[in-house]
Design a protein around this ligand. Structure first.
Ligand code: FCB
Length: 454
């Protein structure tokens, strides 16, 4: 069966600054640098994000590899902690600016569309330390200054701007789980931080639209909850509201979700709603795994927190990626596309991250190349459903694999590999995996031959 995408459909890969660049000594500390310096034992095998993929020094080689993969587009992020020598006084780090200018210029010269994100979980440490991070209005103002500086310095190279990557993944990990520094703050902090990020997003979009003319959007989570029993309906609703709709509704419908505001009121959470909403040009949706939601069992912490109402789980019999324990459900791509089409005005969107993390991937090394046929299969299945949605009128313009080169993945560091290109941490060799050849043909031809997955 021939799975065909429109000719202009963009196949690319996504990554981020803090996960690839290295050269930590040429910038100020982000929360990741600080956390690793003070608690290296938190990180898998005590590996930090320096040198990561060493992109700061090897960007020309990386761009050559992008060309070999024939990527149509590529997303990375600018590290706030590399742009300013001092994020408080806004004094510019010229070294960081020339790095990004050279890197971005090389990407554009390779004829690759460049999508640039401004925040990928990497707050400059001083802003957490001095102001309490996203709890502070001051940090909102400073983010807007950072965004303005980036627009001014790099707009000529950028095709699409992105204000934030998965804000909920960040606030949830930083304020409820032990996954991102500072690790725990509580529900009010979660609500306030999300609202401040929303404010920062709107201000950056508004400024950009008044002064520049490329496209600007945001990358979000949109995981339609799957519930298996009627009694879990409310749990599903709360999940949807607290994980999906906090950002989707204000960013696309230009209003807060009513259930969200009601639940906050019921639990006496304080929120100062923003009053100015600014339209985005597109939205990116990251999708890795479906989410099965059921009502919370006996476990209750004192006080309100969103997980008070629901828990996520993986039902027995569901196919999973054994390395990550993540369920694999390609059909959800279709559901996402339909939700955007039917509930969010069919806004222009792309699948901004999708991919498969594999532990100990070197065991698939044969004849000097990682034989990752499982990844090709994973991509084909997901694309099958995406193509079906596009055929039915979904306004989807692209697909980005996470990731381009095997990169640092937060607390898991290099445990799970996702790349089109493998990185050998001993020899530092970067080499296309077998799947990259499938992906290259796809990026060139815009179709693949595969089975029907229905
Ligand atoms: C996403 C993040 C990305 C990467 C993948 C595996 O949630 O955006 O940085 O870590 O997960």
């Amino acid at each position: 069966m021939k799975i065909q995408f429109p000719w202009e459909f963009s196949f690319g890969a996504a990554t981020s600054g803090p996960q690839t660049e290295g050269a930590s000594d040429k910038k100020v500390e982000s929360i990741w640098d600080y956390w690793y310096r003070t608690q290296p034992e938190v990180f898998h095998n005590q590996v930090g994000n320096n040198p990561a993929c060493n992109t700061y020094y090897e960007y020309m080689q990386d761009v050559e590899l992008m060309k070999e993969c024939r990527l149509n587009s590529f997303r990375t992020s600018i590290q706030w902690s590399r742009i300013f020598k001092d994020p408080l006084t806004l004094s510019i780090n010229e070294d960081g600016v020339s790095f990004y200018r050279n890197y971005f210029k090389a990407i554009k010269e390779a004829n690759i569309d460049l999508y640039v994100n401004l925040f990928h979980f990497d707050l400059p440490f001083v802003l957490e330390d001095e102001y309490g991070g996203w709890l502070s209005d001051k940090v909102v103002d400073l983010y807007v200054e950072f965004a303005k500086a980036c627009f001014q310095l790099f707009d000529e190279f950028v095709d699409k701007w992105i204000t934030f990557n998965e804000p909920i993944a960040f606030t949830r990990s930083a304020y409820f789980y032990n996954d991102i520094y500072p690790c725990h703050k509580g529900t009010q902090a979660y609500v306030t931080a999300n609202n401040n990020i929303l404010k920062a997003h709107m201000l950056a979009v508004s400024f950009y639209k008044k002064n520049y003319c490329k496209e600007i959007g945001i990358v979000l989570d949109l995981l339609p909850p799957i519930i298996c029993s009627k009694e879990d309906q409310y749990a599903g609703l709360v999940y949807d509201v607290f994980i999906n709709k906090i950002f989707l509704d204000p960013c696309i419908k230009h209003e807060y979700n009513k259930d969200y505001l009601e639940i906050l009121k019921k639990h006496e959470m304080d929120i100062q709603p923003i009053t100015e909403f600014h339209p985005i040009d597109f939205v990116g949706i990251n999708y890795y795994q479906p989410v099965y939601v059921r009502k919370q069992g006996d476990y209750r912490e004192s006080g309100f927190y969103p997980w008070y109402y629901f828990e996520t789980y993986i039902p027995e019999g569901v196919r999973i990626n054994e390395y990550r324990g993540w369920a694999i459900e390609p059909r959800v791509v279709y559901d996402i596309a339909k939700t955007i089409q039917n509930e969010y005005g069919n806004i222009k969107w792309y699948l901004s991250e999708n991919g498969m993390g594999v532990e100990n991937e070197e065991k698939f090394l044969k004849d000097g190349m990682i034989q990752d046929d499982y990844r090709t299969e994973f991509i084909k299945e997901h694309l099958y459903y995406l193509a079906k949605a596009v055929e039915e009128g979904s306004n989807c313009f692209g697909y980005h694999l996470w990731t381009f080169i095997d990169c640092f993945s937060w607390k898991n560091t290099f445990k799970n590999r996702y790349g089109l290109v493998s990185l050998n941490l001993q020899t530092r060799e970067k080499k296309l995996k077998k799947n990259a050849f499938f992906y290259r043909d796809l990026a060139v031809n815009k179709f693949f031959i595969g089975p029907s997955y229905v």
